[in-house]
Write a protein that binds this ligand. Structure first.
Ligand code: CP
Length: 308
């Protein structure tokens, strides 16, 4: 049984296979006559459970549409509406769900919930985001970069802002896909040391530079994310905004990157906080390609998990 729990726990060969398959499926869908069904229906007769303990637009819709495009069916479940939210153990939930469905995607708070689900499920489990990582997002980001600029290996990627769960998956991707990653942000919001140590051990130490202009110099890709993540307390909002304002991605900051640098944001964005609208809607931005590629990348992740 093959789970997709994180980028650092999936082999580089398997990750590359997923990206290649995602690209091939995207192209095949583009090439088919408009409105025609996909020839490839690898999930025909399969049921996929999509469990959300946190809000979602992209993850929810892209997984749902992706399953349907591949001939499968979905049930979208809110964690709060399940017995899981009322005291049933994760292990029992995993065992029961495995009797009904062929694949489980879960978006949850604690990483431990994901890991317990995977340990006790007898069907594959996919990480749709935890407080610590967001691997499906970064698979879409790598795919998007390579569509626009070719192989990401050896390129300079700069993350400006909060060292959050999305950054963590970028640190994993740096190790697995072989690119240089720089973090620029306040020391108080540094990424988790575990992930920095992991990337260093893979031979891709993350550069930390508190000066955003210097950090972004020569970047092939500049990335940011919301200043207050879903699991951060709202009481921290003002403090975070004050700390992160110098790291806003605006046109002046992008001018320090390579002239053909790309800009990414996993969305949802708070326009004119972490990134200005001028950048989000400007010539460097590929944010909507990035959002579209969630669909293609996750279709390939599901095929990888199911071996179909
Ligand atoms: N980027 C992302 O995961 O978006 P949603 O929260 O809308 O799923």
């Amino acid at each position: 049984m093959t789970h997709f729990l994180d980028i650092h726990t999936t082999s580089p060969e398997d990750l590359r296979g997923i990206i290649d398959q995602a690209g091939a499926m995207k192209q095949a869908r583009k090439d088919r006559p408009k409105g025609a069904p996909d020839d490839d229906q690898p999930l025909k007769g399969r049921m996929v459970a999509l469990i959300f303990e946190k809000p979602s637009t992209r993850t929810r819709v892209s997984f749902d549409v992706g399953v349907r495009q591949m001939g499968g069916e979905t049930m979208v479940l809110s964690g709060a509406d399940m017995q899981l939210g009322h005291g049933e153990t994760i292990a029992d939930t995993a065992r029961v769900m495995s009797r009904y469905v062929d694949l489980i995607m879960i978006r949850t708070f604690e990483e431990q919930t994901l890991l317990e689900m995977a340990e006790h499920a007898t069907v594959p489990v996919i990480n749709g985001l935890t407080n610590r990582t967001h691997p499906c997002q970064i698979m879409a980001d790598v795919m998007t970069f390579e569509e626009h600029r070719g192989p990401i290996a050896g390129k300079k990627v700069v993350w400006s802002g909060d060292g959050n769960n999305v950054f963590a998956s970028f640190a994993h991707a740096a190790g697995q896909f072989g690119f240089d990653l720089t973090f620029t942000g306040p020391e108080t919001l540094d990424p988790e040391k575990t992930w920095l140590d992991w990337a260093a051990a893979k031979g891709r130490p993350v550069t930390i530079d508190r000066n955003p202009e210097r950090a972004v110099a020569g970047a092939d890709l500049v990335v940011t994310d919301t200043w207050v993540s879903m699991h951060d307390p709202q009481s921290a909002r003002e403090r975070r905004h004050n700390q992160l304002r110098p790291y806003q991605v605006n046109e002046a900051l992008m001018a320090h990157a390579k002239p053909d640098a790309l800009f990414m944001h996993c969305l949802p964005a708070h326009r004119d906080d972490e990134a200005t609208s001028a950048v989000m809607d400007g010539p460097h931005s590929v944010i909507f390609d990035e959002a579209e590629n969630r669909l293609h990348a996750q279709k390939a992740v599901m095929r990888y998990c199911l071996g179909v």
